[in-house]
Write a new protein. Structure first.
Length: 319
């Protein structure tokens, strides 16, 4: 059994009223939706194998290649929900408002993998055999959060939910398929509400334990990795996604890190101790370096003239 530090137990208990308020707001705000309504079933047909349908061929996919890669990465990430549920339950607990939130979050996230997979298979956008094999490998690997403390876990999910929203939304916009765009926009709405919930918890953590919160934010920001980093060939897939402008260093800095940090007033907060101030200085230096990296990446991409494929353009050539 894992022994939870006393400071983490105290923080989780102190945050319980904030969790309850956030949960009530979420339940009042979140709108019911049904994944099956977003899937173009009329475009589907039997695959070969048991039912003796038509074999999959790359020429059947109408999605730009980078969009297809992004959808596969996003789906495999969503597929790992059993591991995520275990991790957040271990960090946040299964009782009271925390437990209610953990199960509600899991139920909502489960829709995302279901609807994306149904879309990909109905439209024959990906090789179904390769996709299933990748799912088996990725889920068998599992997921472990790289951060042990409660404050770090809250900080991580605050940034990660927003990063996921950005990735889904841009994938849909560049897909060239209005159905895909609408579907991923709906998924992104869920991710945004999840981000708001966690961001408010992180804000309250700053009020309750400012030094611990600042250290947690700095640790997470300076070492952030998307939860799907364990996917096979993730580095190459991420580079392709970045070159297409779906999720790149510029977007990570401008649309994920900075909006959360500004909302939390990280650089305006008073009352930090020496540890908190050192952490804030380290965070500032990291953001400056990341900004330079983002500029260099954008310049290199522009220099090679790489752009995402125009909407509707088929980049997956025939064999």
């Amino acid at each position: 059994m894992t022994t939870v530090p006393t400071a983490d137990i105290r923080l989780l208990l102190d945050l319980e009223p904030v969790v309850e308020a956030g949960l009530n707001r979420h339940l009042a705000t979140a709108k019911e939706w049904f994944p099956h309504e977003y899937v173009p079933w009329s475009r589907s047909r039997d695959f070969d194998g048991v039912l003796g349908g038509q074999a999959w061929d790359p020429g059947q996919s109408e999605l730009p290649e980078a969009v297809r890669t992004s959808l596969i990465v996003n789906l495999l990430t969503e597929d790992n929900l059993p591991s995520y549920h275990r991790v957040i339950a271990e960090h946040f607990g299964r009782d009271g408002a925390w437990g209610t939130w953990v199960h509600r979050w899991t139920a909502e996230e489960d829709r995302h993998g279901n609807v994306i997979r149904d879309y990909l298979l109905a439209t024959r956008a990906v090789d179904p055999v390769a996709l299933e094999r990748a799912r088996m490998v990725h889920l068998a690997t599992g997921f472990e959060l790289e951060y042990a403390g409660a404050a770090e876990a809250i900080a991580y999910v605050s940034f990660q939910e927003l990063a996921t929203r950005v990735a889904h939304r841009n994938t849909g916009r560049l897909s060239g398929d209005p159905v895909c765009d609408q579907l991923l926009a709906r998924v992104a709405q869920d991710e945004n509400l999840h981000m708001l919930f966690y961001r408010d918890l992180l804000d309250a953590t700053f009020d309750l334990a400012p030094d611990a919160a600042m250290r947690a934010v700095t640790t997470v920001v300076t070492s952030f990795r998307m939860p799907g980093h364990g996917i096979a060939d993730f580095a190459r897939k991420s580079a392709q996604i970045a070159m297409a402008g779906i999720y790149d260093p510029r977007l990570h800095h401008d649309e994920v890190l900075m909006p959360v940090l500004r909302r939390l007033r990280v650089f305006e907060r008073c009352g930090l101790g020496p540890d908190g101030e050192r952490a804030r200085d380290a965070l500032s230096g990291h953001l400056a370096r990341l900004d330079r990296i983002a500029n260099r990446f954008t310049e290199r991409r522009e220099a090679v003239g790489h752009r995402a494929a125009p909407a509707g353009h088929r980049t997956l050539g025939k064999k």
